[in-house]
Design a protein around this ligand. Sequence first.
Ligand code: NOJ
Ligand code: NOJ
Length: 502
Amino acid sequence: MRETLEALRHKGRNVGFFSKNLAKVAPLALVCGIGLFSTGDLFGETLEGWIQKEEKFAASRLLDATVDHGDGHLTLVASADPNVPAYNFHWVRDAAAVMRSILYLYQVNRNSEIREKYTKYFEEYVAFSRKIQEAPNPSGGVGEPKFHPDGTPFLGDWARPQNDGPASRAITLISWAQLLIREGKEDYVKKHLYDSTLPTQSVIKTDLEYVANNWRISSFDLWEETKGKHFYTLMMERRALLDGAQLARELADPNAAEWYTQQAKSIESQLELFWDPTRHILMPSRDVEGSSSARESGLDSSVILAVVLGHTQDHFMEFDDERVLATLHALENRFQSLYSINHNPDIPGLAIGRYPEDRYDGYSTVSEGNPWIPLTAIFSQFYERLALHYEKAGACVMTDVSMPFFNQLLAGREEASLAPGVYSSETPEFARIVRALRFKARAYLSRIAYHAGPNGELSEQLNRDTGYLQGAQHLAASYATVLWAIWARRGDFPNPQQPSNP
Ligand code: NOJ
Ligand code: NOJ
């Protein structure tokens, strides 16, 4: 059902919030019933201009999603929006994404005061993470997904466990540990982050041991809805174990390193099973428990998120893997037709949602799903990284399976479509492809700029018909992922996997 602006207003949420955004995004159309967007430009602003402002705004809002306990302690929450109280909690997954951004901000900042502030956030994050790891909870392990800001477990009904959580937290904290080791702070790392002993008292090893011993069990997916085995969860678990093996080697824990690596390799063979050779897509879930009819399309953006966040140096499920590109192609086409805000050719890029059958509108699950800002931002990052990958590789390989992706990428831009084959960096085709990929990365970011609030405010979702910001306001994960997309344009990524030691 199409929701009108009036209906949105009557929900009593968001009223007044981002009101300029309302005025600019859903103007005439709702009144006159004509095309929603009369202009394709960013209201007189260039994308570069928007990015400059957004980068500062997002970096400050990132840290506003915290609860200050007044005693010097802080807790990161998914969103501090008082109108969506269900989000005023610490989510293991969301916090790991936010701290990935803080890590990058720490690295690029030379100002010692700012670096101290970020260090303090990490110390708080480490202490809080350890506290919630130790708190008895309904999952009975570190797969418990969300906690009250005071660190006590949320005891209501919830989808639990969610095993991407400990893997995501380990990935973020391992990067932090490796950075501290390079800064000569190995003692701190051994004491607080990775202690090389069993049973362990340290936060990273606790997560790694859990992942290494439990990746085979069913858990809920990152959308907190489906129980089974998940591509996203396994990709994160795999990367956590490989990163963990590196850290274990650095900290004289060779047996653990070997065990983590073995488990990561076993995960790889499981991940291969997610390819559906008939539909030419990587599926998000297998061995689903309960009713799965709601997810008939087999399409889910979490697959692309997994490829981006779970990326490792060894080219496993690499950005240019034909299966990844075929899945991306199917997702884009599906979301293009599904959301009416994607029908106006004057607005750049596409708005991307979780999965086509989604019914969660940011407040209720018996509604219609919408495009999500974090996912649209991840698609932007994906395209940047794919372009960079080709430049590094010096060639672009096109196969029968990835051909539809390339033909669509170049459609309308070039005269002749291409044939499967290898296009080296000397060929004009190669240059065209890389240019088209960067163009799309930019288009995705423009799309977010188009719908963002007047000061760059972001929420979780965009209304599929009006483009209006919807769901939890100032969702920290939206700011984090948009920052990644902005940094990716400069060829920078938060916590890429370190090249392994010889
Ligand atoms: C249902 C949504 O689909 C899920 O992703 C969300 O985490 C919960 N509701 C809580 O709001
Ligand atoms: C709903 C999303 O589905 C989930 O991935 C996220 O962790 C929570 N919201 C909190 O932002």
